[in-house]
Design a protein around this ligand. Structure first.
Ligand code: IMP
Ligand code: MG
Length: 178
């Protein structure tokens, strides 16, 4: 384990097992359809790669980037598009794939913005959810795990761009970010 990690919340094996379940559920729900999987850079990349390999429907890839917290751990509420999609989503079944829903402000803004582009449907799949910190009424359609209010890293999630490559979800030691 990395020395900046207080404890492991979910091991690689636990994550893979849950992602396989999510993939099976999504495959059943979208049976016969084609999914436009929209990954939110950069945190969702690892989850995205594992999830799409567990989906049996046709999947097309696209990615977007929105402003994140930078090097602090609290939200500013301001969301900026840093990179837009490369493809049109009009008429497509869009599945937004995100690493974690915290205040919910990012995904509320994003889903509203994408809805203007007239997709056939739009759903949200997140690996982690911290419902206790919600500031908007967003409820993900698919969620890997609900977690308590702790700052977590690994499996794509970062603090100041570090720890994304850890193969597990761990709670960061508070002395690292306080
Ligand atoms: P929201 O708008 O507050 O829901 O922000 C969600 C975004 O905040 C996620 O996509 C992450 O980039 C970041 N975030 C929130 N909580 C954590 C955490 O515990 N670890 C790492 N990043 C987090
Ligand atoms: Mg993110």
């Amino acid at each position: 384990m990395h020395s900046d990690i207080a404890r492991v919340l979910y091991s690689y094996e636990q994550l893979e097992q849950r992602i396989a379940e999510l993939g099976a559920q999504i495959s059943a729900d979208y049976k016969g359809k084609s999914i436009l999987a929209v990954g939110i850079l950069r945190g969702a990349t690892i989850f995205y790669a594992d999830l799409v390999r567990n989906i049996s429907c046709d999947v097309r890839f696209d990615f977007m980037a929105v402003s994140s917290y930078g090097s602090t751990t609290v939200t500013t509420g301001a969301v900026r598009f840093l990179k837009d999609l490369d493809t049109s989503i009009e008429g497509h079944d869009v599945l937004i794939i995100e690493d974690i829903v915290d205040s919910g402000l990012t995904l509320t803004y994003l889903t509203e913005a994408l809805r203007q582009r007239k997709p056939a449907s739009i759903r949200v799949c997140c690996l982690l959810d911290k419902p206790s910190r919600r500031k908007s009424p967003l409820v993900p359609d698919y969620c890997g795990f609900q977690i308590p209010d702790a700052f977590v890293v690994g499996f794509g999630l970062d603090f100041a761009e570090k720890y994304r490559n850890l193969p597990y979800i761990g709670v960061l030691k508070p002395e690292i970010y306080l």
